[in-house]
Design a protein around this ligand. Structure first.
Ligand code: ADP
Ligand code: MG
Length: 263
């Protein structure tokens, strides 16, 4: 595997680092503009089944746009994105199915404020996946248990702390049985004392084998849970490596500069 300070070829066949599965999310030369701004530049990225990729980089480097593009919340002009070999559909039923396969957790928790915690987690599976309400409820309670908020199931989002709400948002996403989970700075809106409870849930999810793409500045999480760190700057993947190598031995000037500011 290439470790240079250039865009590495992650579509090679050398395979994942520690017995991970087949390529699940593959971006091939993806380019996107916002008007004159070239926000994603020739992005090549392969995420294997079971792999945890942490994306870091300065503000404005295109990390959120990358997530939103993978989930098709944004269009792109050239290149391709495939999920388990299937090209991202443009619209319609196929797109809805794909969105269900790709779970996303944002910085703001986006729970439905007028629904209970339990309803927040059952709504998607019942409405979009046609699950029976009783079955959806059983599964929702298991997931709420897993993220440690089962005892809050009948409450409304505003009655929970930010950390609890974000854990509900993770449970809600998992209820759709996604194949891959995208996290876009899931802890950056939280008070410091709540960050770890969310990171712990994410770490345990990572250890359970979930495929994850995580945008975060939490280096402790990256060190503990990531198979690979991808460093973005100005819309491009500048460098990628194991967390160990990346944090101790960054190759590019831009990565060195960035790490110098945050570590
Ligand atoms: P990051 O998440 O790394 O901070 P973003 O993906 O949010 O970066 O943004 C990358 C660049 O694209 C920034 O310069 C931002 O201002 C710009 N941008 C993001 N969303 C839009 C949009 N909807 N329209 C125009 N420019 C945008
Ligand atoms: Mg962002």
């Amino acid at each position: 595997r290439q470790v240079a300070a250039s865009v590495p070829d992650m579509t090679d066949s050398s395979g994942p680092q520690r017995g991970l599965g087949k390529p699940l999310v593959v971006l091939d030369d993806v380019n996107k503009h916002f008007g004159d701004l070239h926000v994603l530049k020739d992005i090549n990225l392969t995420v294997h089944e079971g792999e945890v990729v942490v994306v870091i980089g300065p503000s404005g480097s295109g990390k959120s746009t990358l997530c939103r593009t993978i989930n098709r919340l944004e269009n792109f002009e050239s290149g391709s994105i495939t999920i388990d070999g299937t090209k991202l559909p443009e619209e319609g039923k196929a797109l809805a199915q794909l969105r269900a396969d790709v779970g996303m957790v944002f910085q703001s928790f986006n729970l439905f404020s007028h629904k209970t915690i339990l309803e927040n987690v059952t709504l998607g599976p019942v409405k979009a996946r046609g699950k029976k309400p009783a079955e959806a409820k059983k599964r929702a309670m298991e997931l709420l248990e897993r993220v440690g908020v089962a005892h809050q199931a009948e409450k409304y989002p505003a009655q929970l702390s930010g950390g609890q709400q974000q854990r509900v948002a993770i449970a809600r996403s998992l209820a759709m049985e996604p194949r891959v989970m995208l996290f876009d700075e899931p802890t950056s809106a939280l008070d410091p004392e709540m960050i770890n409870e969310v990171l712990d849930v994410m770490t345990s999810l990572a250890h359970s084998g979930m495929t994850m793409i995580v945008v975060t500045h939490e280096m402790g999480f990256a060190r503990k849970a990531a198979d690979r760190v991808v460093f973005m700057s100005d819309g491009a993947i500048v460098e990628e490596n194991t967390p160990e190598e990346f944090f101790t031995n960054p190759q590019s000037a831009r990565a060195k500069d960035f790490l110098g500011k945050i570590l």
